[in-house]
Design a protein around this ligand. Structure first.
Ligand code: NDP
Length: 445
């Protein structure tokens, strides 16, 4: 790392102790930014990096609620409003027991660059809670969401901060959150949340957008080597929103997706995952992969273990951070891997990224490859602002244009900075320069 940036990085890490995921995200971005500061000393003089690493606002709050047996439960809620240089803070809410400030800050930090890369007018933020929706009834989830929004509502708004879903937050949770926001504020402010249902202000393609976008980005990378998804053997981790839609899109382009996972284990389905059945099991019944394996028949279910033990030519990690380590990366490379598209945020460890890059594997980092979700959220905001709703075809066309644009911008930036094919460098520099220019223009705030 560039010595000037090393000193800033050390200060940032010391000021934010115990936040390992945030540290990892900061280091990964700083490693790309040396050449930018050679060309733009004004960014150093204006302390852009120091300011960028300090969220504009961090909100931590108590979320009390009662479970179905009448017992009081207490969770912790977070919203980190990281950077508003390009537009209102924008980023999802995550409900998972692992959520703490360091996770929310890593996600919010990544979101700044991702949102800049989309070319849409949105800043970066993220939030969530250590609430675990798994095994909770609809009524419990509703009471939790209502309590969460009873504090959050005062910090958000269509021109201020626009949350969406993430792990553990899908259409059901967004519905309960929106209902409570509307009730407290007495405003039908559609643009305050994205990921809404179609009949009450949502956008077609939003549910599919992150997974579809990841595959479109990966397809663009494959094209640079004269290849495509057709005939690829694909492994996807996770079986949630992003994973299911990545599987659907990859299969529609001629790939065979032979495995996917959840936090309990993984399924190997050599004939190709049956997406319609997977959707029914996961999205309608809220079941597990064991239920998929049982109903599908003729497939292998592995309890525990790593889905990355399954050979693939294309890997799409779509579950969670740091799920693919250096050993798994080396095994995949030995067995013929050609491309990785990150549907999840920071799913590959730094060691894994190094292995992929050294082996010449096409590697699309999450902040570029999974930006289709937030980009389509911005399209949802556009439709809300104009009180319009677009067709599936039109919205999907816009998503495709945006993903191809992000790919091309990352590739062109990597070329410009002398490291062709390095999408990590391209994404980090491309996103950073846009935000840094806006911050400079807006003065010391
Ligand atoms: P979901 O909650 O719909 O699905 C998450 C999936 O990942 C589930 O299959 C879950 O398994 C698995 N998973 C979660 N945590 C772990 C863990 N610690 N270990 C192993 N498996 C785990 O979330 P999404 O699909 O929305 O999000 C997946 C990833 O994509 C996240 O990194 C998210 O930040 C990222 N992302 C999501 C966007 C969106 O639009 N939703 C946008 C951009 C990025 P189980 O059910 O067993 O918990």
């Amino acid at each position: 790392m560039d010595a000037r940036l090393e000193a800033i990085k050390d200060t940032v890490l010391a000021r934010n102790p115990g936040e390992a995921e945030f540290h990892q995200a900061v280091v990964e971005v700083f490693e790309s930014l040396g050449p930018v500061h050679d060309r733009h000393p004004e960014f150093l003089e204006a302390a852009i990096l120091e300011r960028l690493c300090e969220p504009e606002r961090q909100i931590i709050f108590r979320v009390p609620w009662t479970d179905d047996s009448g017992r009081v439960q207490i969770n912790r809620g977070f919203r980190v409003e990281f950077n508003s240089a390009l537009g209102p803070y924008k980023g999802g809410l995550r409900f998972h027991p692992s959520v703490y400030l360091g996770i929310v800050k890593f996600l919010g930090f990544e979101q700044i660059f991702k949102n800049a890369l989309t070319g849409m007018p949105i800043g970066g933020g993220k939030g969530g809670s250590d609430f675990d929706p798994r095994g909770r009834s609809d009524a419990e989830v509703m009471r939790f969401c209502q309590s969460f929004m009873t504090e959050l509502y005062r910090h958000i708004g269509e021109y201020t901060d626009v949350p969406a879903g993430d792990i553990g937050v899908g259409g059901r949770e967004i519905g309960y959150l929106f209902g409570q926001y509307k009730r407290i504020t007495n405003r039908y402010e559609s643009g305050v949340l994205t990921g809404k249902g179609i009949s009450w202000g949502g956008s077609l393609v939003r549910p599919e957008a992150t997974g579809f976008g990841t595959v479109i980005f990966t397809q663009e990378m494959l094209k640079t080597r004269g290849a495509s998804f057709d005939g690829q053997r694909v492994v996807v981790s996770g079986s949630g929103n992003v994973a299911i839609n990545a599987i659907a899109k990859a299969e529609s382009l001629g790939a065979t997706v032979v495995a996917c996972s959840d936090s309990s284990g993984y399924v190997v389905d050599e004939a190709g995952i049956d997406v319609a059945l997977l959707r029914e099991v996961k999205e309608v019944q809220r079941g597990r992969l064991t239920d998929y394996a049982e109903r599908r028949g003729g497939v292998t279910y592995v309890d525990g273990g790593s889905v990355w033990d399954v050979d693939a030519t294309v890997a799409l990690p779509c579950a969670t951070q740091n799920e693919l380590d250096g050993d798994a990366a080396a095994r995949l490379v030995r067995n013929g891997l050609v491309a990785v598209g990150e549907g999840a945020n920071m799913p590959s460890t730094r060691d894994a990224v190094a292995v992929f890059q050294e082996a010449g594997v096409l590697f699309g980092p999450g902040k570029a490859a999974n930006a289709g979700g937030v980009a389509t959220s911005a399209l949802e905001m556009q439709q809300n602002a104009s009180r319009d709703s677009w067709s599936f075809e039109h919205t999907e066309e816009r998503l495709t244009e945006i993903m191809v644009g992000i790919h091309d911008r990352c590739a062109a930036t990597a070329d410009e900075y002398g490291d062709p094919g390095n999408y990590v460098l391209g994404a980090n520099i491309g996103g950073f320069v846009k935000v840094a220019d806006a911050m400079l223009a807006q003065g010391l705030i």
